[in-house]
Design a protein around this ligand. Structure first.
Ligand SMILES: NC(=O)c1ccc[n+]([C@@H]2O[C@H](COP(=O)([O-])OP(=O)(O)OC[C@H]3O[C@@H](n4cnc5c(N)ncnc54)[C@H](OP(=O)(O)O)[C@@H]3O)[C@@H](O)[C@H]2O)c1
Length: 290
């Protein structure tokens, strides 16, 4: 299959390129230097040059504080950009997979969100990603929307400037005697390598639509940190932060656990328990360091 990956040098995009290439697919890895999502002409030129059958749109403006400060820029990348990509895909008869987020929810539900739950984003990032989902779905009939959450991978997240949560915890444990981590935000930490495998599985399936795609199970950031230190044998004093100890500048959902109901219904769910995902990541990290 001929595949175009947008955001190809990003945390997720780089794993998507590796996974599809490993499957024998022909991959065009498009970085921001190759394609500017906000420009219809740039999207048209870059995608026509590649002529893909399947497009993974993993490019986004997703730094939450920056999106809040400049919602027009976030709208341009996440919404207008999604529209341009979906329009090209529709005209070419290609399929587009738009990577979205758990931040489309407000976190007020006490049990995992399913795809049919009403979205109600709390911030500009979530609002623009929800609008990008809607544009993709409305414009291009052959579409997948995959909502992911709390992602981490071997390649650094470009928007967040380097370290994922696992690497940040390990770095801080070397620098400090004691760490305090929030315990009142519940997520499903999800390795990008698994998301890439999920996108590969979806590329071979024609049950288009909206899917939740995160690790099984959930934890607080404190519990995730505890598991990281246990799994790596790291000795550090870890404490739960008090609620409000690290005040966020932008409102975020305090509970954003997603249930992969749609993927399970079509028998396509590849995700593992979040602890197993961490263990796989640590193994891949060790192998990459050799
Ligand atoms: N990171 C998370 O925790 C998280 C959680 C849930 C969902 N997501 C979603 O997962 C996806 C991938 O995230 P990630 O962590 O892999 O992000 P990342 O490492 O920051 O990569 C994003 C990529 O998008 C590119 N990009 C940004 N604006 C663009 C534009 N206007 N035109 C073309 N390319 C543009 C960036 O290029 P430059 O850096 O060169 O500008 C970068 O290559 C995003 O859709 C995000 O919304 C992320």
């Amino acid at each position: 299959m001929k595949v175009a990956v947008l955001g190809a040098n990003g945390q997720l995009g780089s794993d998507v390129c590796t996974t599809f290439r490993g499957n024998g697919d022909e991959v065009a890895a498009l970085t921001h230097a190759d394609i500017e999502l906000t420009s219809a002409a740039s999207v048209e030129a870059a995608l026509t040059g590649v002529n893909p059958e399947f497009i993974v749109n993993a490019a986004a403006m997703h730094h939450v504080e920056k999106c809040e400060a400049d919602p027009m820029a976030a709208f341009a990348a996440n919404v207008v950009g999604a529209k341009h990509v979906a329009e090209w895909a529709k005209s070419a008869g290609a399929t587009v997979a738009y990577v979205s987020t758990d931040y489309v929810f407000d976190g007020k539900k006490a049990s995992p969100y399913v795809e049919s739950d009403a979205a109600s984003p709390l911030n500009a990032y979530g609002i623009t990603k929800l609008a990008g989902e809607n544009y993709t779905a409305a414009v291009c009939p052959k579409h997948f929307i995959l909502r992911v959450s709390a992602i981490y991978g071997l390649n650094p997240c470009r928007a967040k400037g380097g370290l994922n949560f696992v690497e940040l915890m390990l770095k801080l444990s070397r620098e400090r005697d004691k760490l305090r981590v929030v315990d009142d935000e519940i997520v499903s930490p999800t390795p990008t390598a698994q998301i890439a495998k999920q996108l590969l599985a979806l590329s071979r399936c024609n049950v288009y639509g909206l899917y939740h795609g995160t690790s099984e199970g959930s934890c607080s950031w404190y519990e995730f940190a505890r598991e990281i230190f246990q799994a790596t044998g790291t000795a550090v004093r870890l404490e739960k932060a008090e609620p409000g100890e690290f005040p966020a500048k932008v409102q975020r959902p305090s509970y954003s656990v997603l249930e992969n109901q749609g993927l399970k219904r079509i028998d396509q769910n590849v995700f593992k328990d979040w602890r197993q995902g961490l263990s796989d990541y640590l193994e891949a990290r060790t192998a990459a360091a050799v």
